[in-house]
Design a protein around this ligand. Structure first.
Ligand code: HEM
Length: 129
């Protein structure tokens, strides 16, 4: 019953599990050749990017609203509006997420569920062909 109450937050391993997922996500972004262009959109030091994404996903999965606590309100398309995110950039972001999910001790159906769910905001971030 992912998506009901905090089921997804719990399935993701809570805050510690989400931090591990986000670390694996940005590690994949440093490694994957197809992600070089989106890596270059980020600051050289990814510490704040890691903190922001982990905090965002915590609330997005119906856990505590950690992003708002520290950084305030957020619009996902809005914070990416200054970036040129085309289909290839969107797919590179999702490819990093596949790599990261592969490395987590999650149930396979939760990995598939989370990937499908994340595809929705990823498509909303895309702002050109
Ligand atoms: C679709 C492809 C995506 C690309 C290429 C991308 C790229 C980026 C980049 C380059 C930044 C850093 C911006 C900066 O420092 O100026 C960023 C920030 C961020 N991204 Fe993404 N992103 C994508 C999708 C997503 C998705 C789907 C989510 C959420 C599920 C997300 C969540 C965030 C958050 C929370 C931040 C921090 C925003 C802030 O507080 O400044 N991103 N993204």
């Amino acid at each position: 019953m992912y998506g009901v109450g905090d089921a997804s937050f719990v399935a993701a391993g809570g805050e510690e599990g989400i931090v591990r997922l986000v670390d694996a996500f940005y590690d994949a972004m440093e490694r994957l050749p197809e992600a070089a262009r989106i890596r270059a959109m980020h600051p050289a030091d990814l510490a704040v990017s890691r903190d922001k994404l982990a905090r965002f996903l915590c609330g997005w999965l119906n856990g505590p609203k950690r992003y708002q606590e520290k950084y305030g309100a957020i619009s996902i398309p809005g914070v990416h509006a200054h970036l040129a995110v085309d289909t290839a950039a969107r797919d590179a972001w999702l490819a990093c997420m596949v790599e990261a999910l592969d490395r987590q001790p999650y149930a396979d159906d939760f990995k598939r569920y989370l990937f499908r769910q994340l595809s929705v905001p990823a498509e909303r971030v895309r702002n050109r062909e």
